[in-house]
Design a protein around this ligand. Structure first.
Ligand SMILES: C=C(O[C@@H]1C=C(C(=O)O)C=C[C@H]1O)C(=O)O
Ligand SMILES: NC(=O)CC[C@H](N)C(=O)O
Length: 876
């Protein structure tokens, strides 16, 4: 049963199938995944067809196209299903490496009578199997909403669908209709209509083009159907209707034909067959971990302090509380009005865990001073031994995610804070726990090919926070919670010697915790009453007047533009639909006399960035023992999990990808009409003009075909990612392409939500959706492989993105989490002597290479003035 979501803008669960409820019977389906090309969005559509009470895993078997041999699929799965759905995918249907067992499936089922629906690559594959030719499409179309005209009503596939309707297309190839190239056994059911935007490569401009390519076909005598478009896209109309129609056809076929092994309608898939499903395998492995009982008895103690109304509990409060700390951690959401966490990793009850993907070594250290730490435990984690197929699988996660899931399960607070005494305020979203980052190389199938250099940051790094100040910026007045985690003395014996450190996390006694809480609460009160500059300042979008420091990109402009050409070539060949190309800009701090030697230097850098680029997911992390830190001005939420009930049995996951970026109008500093004596002021009419210009830019962004397509592709990709971990395959999109404005850029942001499957822990959820789709492009796995090649041409010969492109945030001890995408971020390593900022953007077939480089510079420029200001301050 769907349950209420804990969001104020929650929408009712999407209403699905048009088929009459009484008429619905279970259809047993084999869904073949041609490598993560929105496949699980098809699963969601299939789930909507089920009679109530039927379980999706007992009705649909999902397998990768190369997961089992053809003989296994033929003998162990096919006899026990009524229909086959072949997913979209990268590459070509006539290449076994891209299409796996799907060619055999189409050949076999046409004799067997099982109904088949091929989507996009699957559709092209039906034509290919019958001897047709799959050629370059007249226009490559990715993520655009286009018209389709139904040209034949000879089948019931389009029953209830109007003659012309809107669909989303993602393809570079198409089924040829040239003489002798379209198989006689097949019949065209629908064609492209209206126009789409296409790039004229020679003239380098985008314009409208009309084509009449095949958009749907069927076999004349067998129940085989293909659709070139994507019925599962969030912006396609009638997708559920088409899948329901296919279901009815398959059911009729099943009733007409007594197939060997076929069971009565509405029977579930046999358990031994269901167990072969990729989904079932993934759920089993996570289920085993998450059912482990928390062994460490941690409890939360807390005191709330109300702050003066309108107070900006940001930089001034952080400096007051942690300005002298040697290992500060600050998740800084003041500018987004959310929640901030201020803490230190240098406490007796804390440890920091680090993981190096290349060696698979996890180490646990305790910080002992500003530049020192001691090793508490270390181990080489066994690598995942699942088959990787042609590029890794979403269930094939790095062993560190599994290790981390086990650790967070064992460091869960036993009695999380519920409603705080006396107040209507919700308990804080962070109640102690793990704060840190997962770098891009933590992705699935990542291998030692991307080994890090000795001075590089660890691939993942998380500190246990046993005491912290959490600011709720949204409550009125704003509130500070002083929180401590206390561990019970009896838990030490619960751990094997190697894990004994878990028993030492947190305060050893309630009294010590109470002392710390009351001292910290007093410091906050004295700060609040001292009447310092508490008032919130508006974002400053003034231009930086000093010269900017020069940061050298790994891929300079010409190399970046050349990489775009190569990327567009791949897209034209059908290898990808969207590629988020990036590069790293480097600054040798030491050479500029601006080496970061301490937490205070790092804080100074972060404050320079923050002042010029206030964002909702700011962050400062400093790991003094390895001379490394992160100062982030990320505007993008990756993923958060929230509980909607006190027992945390119903948990939700939300992702907010950004795709679509444009520069804001330059804010007028002074104008000749101003009568004001104040400097930096402007008359009302100039301001009004600026507002109009700025709004126009936002509107242009929101209606730009290319930008919308980029956003839509990621929304569909994230829906697929979330369907891995969603309960009841019910993923919703409450906001599609909203505009959010930051100091220097407007961004287009979508929101995607799902109820989490009960077995999926917070690290597992993150792992399944990692790396952020907005940083890869779609389809994710193939595109990540292409990116490795494209970005490798960098001057240092590596394609490591490091912390950039990963995620940064927390796992709260009470079972919630929140992570941003690491962009617009300065990463400092190599003993504080090197600073690096990644920047990039999504490319499609419509991209203009020069404009893309411009976009990279726009993104870099959201942090470059802050970095320059820091460097110059050190040089004085
Ligand atoms: C790649 C970056 O940003 C990503 C790409 C965006 C885009 O293509 O519009 C927007 C936000 C991020 O998801 C970056 O900031 O470096
Ligand atoms: N979405 C898809 O299945 C794409 C199929 C094929 N790779 C193409 O680009 O045409």
């Amino acid at each position: 049963m769907p349950v209420a979501a804990p969001f104020s803008d929650a929408i009712p669960c999407s209403v699905a199938p048009k088929a009459e409820a009484g008429e619905r019977q279970r259809l047993r389906t084999l869904l073949v995944d041609n490598y993560d090309s929105y496949t699980l969005n098809l699963l969601q559509l299939l789930a909507q067809q089920l009679p109530s009470g039927a379980h999706i895993l007992e009705s649909v078997v999902v397998i990768r196209n190369d997961q089992y041999s053809w003989a296994t699929v033929r003998d162990r799965i096919l006899p026990y299903v009524d229909s086959v759905v072949i997913s979209p995918g990268p590459g070509r249907p006539d290449r076994v490496g891209d299409f796996g067992v799907c060619g055999d499936l189409i050949r076999h089922t046409q004799a067997d009578g099982v109904a088949v629906l091929g989507v996009c690559l699957g559709h092209q594959g039906i034509a290919a199997v019958f001897g047709g030719r799959v050629r370059a499409s007249d226009v490559a179309v990715h993520g655009q909403t286009c018209d389709v005209a139904v040209t034949s009503r000879d089948s019931t596939l389009f029953d209830g669908v109007p003659d012309r309707f809107k669909v989303v297309r993602y393809h570079s190839l198409a089924v040829s209709e040239a003489a002798g190239e379209f198989p006689r056994e097949l019949q065209v059911l629908a064609r492209a209509a209206g126009c789409v935007q296409a790039r004229d490569a020679a003239a380098r401009h985008v314009g409208a083009v009309t084509t009449r390519e095949v958009m749907a076909l069927r076999h004349r005598t067998r129940p085989l159907f293909g659709v070139q478009f994507h019925p599962e896209s969030i912006s396609s109309d009638y997708g559920a209707q088409i899948i329901a129609n296919f279901g009815s056809i398959a059911r009729r076929q099943q009733q007409n034909q007594l197939r060997a092994g076929a069971c009565a309608a509405s029977a579930a898939i046999r358990p031994d067959v269901a167990a072969l499903s990729l989904m079932a395998m993934a759920r089993r492995s996570w289920g085993l971990i998450s059912s482990a009982k928390p062994a460490c008895r941690l409890r939360v103690q807390c005191e709330a302090v109300d702050l003066p109304a309108g107070c900006d509990a940001g930089a001034a409060l952080f400096r007051h509380l942690y300005g002298d700390d040697a290992a500060p951690l600050w998740l800084d959401s003041g500018s987004g009005g959310g929640m901030s966490v201020m803490a230190s990793a240098l406490t007796p009850g804390s440890v920091t865990v680090r993981f190096a993907a290349a060696s698979s070594r996890v180490s646990v250290v305790r910080l002992t001073g500003p530049r020192s730490s001691e090793l508490v435990s270390s181990a080489y984690l066994p690598r995942a031994d699942e088959p990787q197929g042609n590029g890794g699988s979403s269930s094939n996660v790095s062993p560190f995610w599994t290790w981390m899931q086990a650790v967070i399960d064992r460091t869960r607070a036993q009695q999380p804070l519920q409603q705080l005494a006396g107040g209507a305020a919700a308990p804080p979203a962070f109640q102690g726990g793990w704060v840190g980052y997962f770098g891009y190389e933590m992705r699935h199938g990542s291998d030692s090919g991307q080994a890090s250099a000795g001075d590089d940051m660890p691939d993942a790094q998380l500190s246990f926070v046993d005491r912290c100040v959490v600011i709720d910026h949204c409550s009125v007045p704003p509130r500070a919670y002083v929180l401590a985690l206390v561990s019970s003395s009896s838990c030490a014996s619960a751990f094997a010697p190697r894990d004994a450190w878990i028993a030492h996390l947190g305060f050893r006694s309630c009294n010590l915790a109470a002392d710390w809480i009351s001292r910290q609460a007093d410091r906050i009160r004295s700060w609040a009453t001292a009447g310092q500059s508490h008032t919130r300042k508006g974002p400053s979008i003034a231009d930086y007047k000093q010269p900017l420091v020069a940061m050298a990109p790994d891929l300079p402009r010409s190399a970046y533009v050349a990489a775009i050409d190569r990327a567009q070539e791949w897209i034209a060949q059908g290898e990808s639909y969207e590629i988020c190309l990036t590069t790293q800009f480097r600054l040798p701090l030491a050479r500029h006399g601006a080496t970061i030697r301490s937490a205070q230097d790092m804080l100074a850098l972060y404050l320079c960035l923050r002042q010029r680029s206030p964002v909702p997911y700011g962050a400062l992390l400093w790991f003094g023992d390895i001379g490394a830190g992160v100062a982030s001005c990320s505007p993008e939420r990756f993923l958060r999990t929230v509980a909607s009930d006190d027992l945390h049995e119903q948990r939700w996951v939300e992702m907010k990808p950004i795709k679509g970026t444009c520069r804001r109008a330059p804010y007028p500093q002074t104008c000749s009409h101003s009568t004001s004596l104040q400097a930096e002021s402007c008359c009302d009419s100039c301001l009004a003009e600026w507002e109009r210009d700025d709004e126009l830019r936002a509107k242009r962004l929101q209606s730009d075909v290319k930008e919308r397509a980029e956003n839509l592709m990621i929304v569909d990709l994230i829906r697929h990612d979330l369907n891995w971990i969603a309960h009841h395959a019910n993923v919703q999109v409450p906001h599609l392409m909203a505009i959010e404005s930051f100091a220097s850029v407007h961004q287009m942001v979508s929101t995607i939500r799902a109820q989490l499957h009960p077995n999926i822990g917070d690290a597992a959820a993150l792992a399944h959706c990692f790396p952020p789709g907005s940083m890869t492009g779609a389809p994710k796995l193939r595109t990540v492989q292409l990116l490795d090649k494209l970005e490798q041409s960098g001057t240092n010969g590596s394609s490591r993105r490091g912390v950039y492109s990963g995620c940064l945030g927390y796992f709260s001890a009470h079972g919630q989490s929140d992570w941003s995408v690491v962009i617009r971020t300065a990463v400092v390593d190599c003993n504080g002597s090197r600073l690096c900022v990644g920047a990039g953007g999504a490319l499609t077939i419509l991209s203009d290479p020069e404009a893309e480089w411009d976009e990279v510079e726009t993104k870099l420029n959201s942090v470059l003035p802050g970095i320059s200001q820091y460097v110059q301050s050190r040089q004085q």
